[in-house]
Design a binder for this molecule. Structure first.
Ligand code: SF4
Length: 212
């Protein structure tokens, strides 16, 4: 299968339980909850997206098969550390599970990567993934109901934290919604985590640091 990727780059994971960890980010193009066009945002299921996942950027590409994709991810890591225990790729989007399949995961594993996904949860995640982060979106069906971390952008009308607490995740994070109400959202999320200790606060530290 061919893969369409917006961008592949090396950075630190900024969010959630793996925050601060060096990683190659592989951002797949396309999402099933918004087409990425501003003029269609108001009609989208997911209205608060802060990511450009449309088309192919300068660091992206169209890859004919899983090995071609994994080679570019591997090249992005090269020169950092050859310690296989540290090699980490975060497959994100858009919605990565529209494309990320067993063949791609296997090709990345063969190159020594621990493979993580950040998904909106509307697709089932392959069991061979090493780290599954689900970020549910109000109004979208939640198919993937287990994983390593659930990261809820907060607040979302019709997606209160308590609706997810019975699901099988190791970590529960609230992440303040970015945008014009960020300060209010940070304060509300902070208050919620302090009164509901099951939830931890996730800040978008890459934005605070000014890195990609
Ligand atoms: S599901 Fe994720 S990638 Fe898709 S529109 Fe929403 S925030 Fe953006």
């Amino acid at each position: 299968m061919a893969y369409t990727v917006k961008e592949i780059f090396y950075t630190l994971q900024g969010e959630g339980a793996q925050s601060g960890r060096a990683a190659v980010f592989c951002r797949f193009s396309g999402c099933n909850l918004w087409n990425g066009r501003e003029e269609d945002r108001a009609r989208a299921v997911c209205k608060f997206c802060d990511t450009d996942f449309v088309g192919i950027g300068p660091d992206g590409g169209r890859f004919a098969d899983a090995d071609a994709l994994a080679d570019v991810v591997d090249a992005c890591w090269k020169g950092r550390s050859e310690d296989a225990a540290q090699k980490y790729v975060v497959c994100t989007g858009g919605e990565p599970l529209l494309q990320l399949d067993e063949a791609a995961i296997t090709a990345l594993h063969r190159r020594g990567f621990e493979v993580a996904v950040e998904t909106n949860g509307t697709q089932e995640a392959p069991s061979s993934l090493d780290w599954v982060c689900v970020s549910p979106k109000a109004g979208a069906p939640l198919v993937q109901r287990s994983g390593n971390e659930l990261k809820l952008v907060f607040p979302q009308e019709d997606a209160p934290p308590r609706a997810f607490e019975s699901l099988k995740f190791d970590h529960f994070f609230l992440q303040p919604m970015d945008g014009p109400n960020l300060e209010t959202n940070v304060n509300e999320a902070t208050r919620y985590c302090m009164t509901h200790p099951r939830w931890r606060l996730s800040l978008q530290t890459h934005k605070l640091l000014g890195i990609r």
